[in-house]
Design a protein around this ligand. Structure first.
Ligand code: LRH
Ligand code: MN
Ligand code: MN
Length: 424
């Protein structure tokens, strides 16, 4: 683990500047009638789960370029996740992907306890074939035309629940790659019926205090039609399954220009928003680092979440889902967690009473200006103070680099080659 002394030494060099910046921002906010301490408390209470798979270098179907010290398995991944949390104090949980992270649940639990992490939603995988698997998912999984293949996919999801149950997870996220590549290849309606029937079988196996999230995605790997391609289908699924079923919004899974914040508002209205996979994108499901391409959009998503945060029953699983191709994955996840937390804090700054007034007066210009005033406020001192008070790093990337973590694990972890493509 990263030693406390490194974090403390790094912080010592920055504390005086932070104190000055924090006071200055506090004074600015006070003039707007806002209490910086309340904001810092909100920042400290915010958490987002790290995807285990994000700790390894990602790749495309063309190539993968792993770096030194790549995690060799889930135990190494949990070590890396612990580093991210130690430096940010914003990532207390890890989201596992099965079978990529398959291990004895008792050992998983022990390791998580050792490194001080919990587990968020489990993710099933019926979009790849695994060695020794009886039936192939080439033509689908939960919606496959063949009942035995569907059953195999159902059983995999039930196994994910069992593993999750043993390690304290409380949700299962289901994303399938099922669809078709040619018009006519499949019956669009019957394929969805089969999917629903399979999801119902999984739903029947959910423990009483669990939720199931359906994650939609417009396209890929199927390029003509996708079974769960949009939030409408996802909502239909959640509504048909029952109260323990909700929708998961992955920010990269929409058509260009889609108003994701509006989808968020609609799903909350329906009591069906369960969680997020945060990432950013320029073209499609790019899985780029959160807040790097469209930070204003991330802010607008959080603006809806903060505006509606008192909605009864709203309980969101915030998770990251990114693929890191050209950076050290730990650094990308650190920065992403901080950017997601930043969007949350900025959205918490919106003067809601003023906004309501402008809305009532149909003053569109001032309503937009109210949002911009929050978005433009540099809340970095709040984020830094939240980290400092939690024993994390004022500048987490600098502390990470100073720790030499990557060089250290490069000594002990086997070197991996980049042959072949792949998403993990
Ligand atoms: C699909 C997806 C889904 C998977 C993950 C690896 O594109 O977003 O959440 O589980 O990527
Ligand atoms: Mn996702
Ligand atoms: Mn995706």
């Amino acid at each position: 683990m990263i030693g406390k002394s490194i974090i403390e030494a790094e912080n010592a060099a920055r504390e005086a500047d932070l104190a000055a910046d924090y006071d200055a921002l506090g004074a600015r906010l006070a003039r707007r009638g806002m209490d910086i301490e309340a904001l810092t408390a909100r920042a400290m209470a915010f958490g987002v789960a790290v995807p285990s798979w994000g700790t390894g270098t990602g790749g495309t179907r063309f190539a993968r370029f792993p770096g030194p010290g790549e995690p060799a398995g889930i135990m190494d991944k949990l070590d890396d996740c612990a580093v991210i949390h130690a430096l940010t104090a914003a990532t207390p949980r890890v989201s596992l992907h099965i079978p990529w992270d398959k291990a004895d649940p008792a050992l998983l639990g022990e390791k998580a306890e050792e490194v001080g992490l919990g587990f968020d939603a489990m993710n099933s995988n019926t979009f790849q074939d695994q060695p020794g698997q009886a039936r192939s998912y080439k033509f689908g999984s939960l919606s496959h035309a063949d009942a035995a293949t569907r059953q195999q996919a159902i059983e995999h999801n039930l196994e994910c629940i069992e593993i999750g149950r043993a390690i304290g997870s409380k949700a299962l996220t289901v994303w399938i790659g099922d669809g078709s590549n040619f018009p006519g290849q499949t019956s669009l309606s019957r394929q969805f019926d089969r999917y629903l029937e399979s999801m119902k079988a999984i739903y029947a196996g959910l423990p009483q205090d669990w939720r199931i999230f359906s994650e939609h995605k417009i396209y890929e790997p199927a390029f003509y039609s996708t079974v769960v391609q949009d939030w409408g289908t996802s909502l239909m699924t959640a509504q048909e399954l029952g109260p323990k079923a909700q929708c998961l919004v992955d920010l990269g899974h929409h058509a260009p220009n889609v108003n994701i914040e509006m989808i968020v508002a609609r799903l909350i209205r329906a009591g069906k928003l369960g969680g997020f996979h945060f990432n950013d994108s320029k073209y499609g499901d790019d899985d780029l680092d959160s807040g790097t391409i469209e930070p204003f959009r991330l802010f607008l998503v959080f603006n809806e979440l903060v505006e509606l945060e008192d909605t009864p029953g709203l309980d969101l699983a915030h998770m990251i889902d990114q693929s890191h191709n050209v950076t050290d994955p730990i650094e990308s996840l650190i920065v992403s967690a901080c950017e997601i937390q930043r969007a949350f804090v900025q959205a918490s700054l919106v003067d809601r009473a003023a906004l309501d007034g402008f809305r009532g007066d149909n003053d569109a210009l001032m309503a937009a200006a109210t949002l911009r005033a929050a978005f433009r406020t540099d809340v970095e001192p709040v984020l830094q103070m939240a980290r400092l008070r939690a024993g994390a790093a004022i500048d987490p990337v600098a502390a990470y680099r100073a720790s030499g973590w990557r060089a250290q694990v490069a000594e002990s972890r086997p070197r991996v080659t980049g042959a072949g493509g792949g998403i993990v």
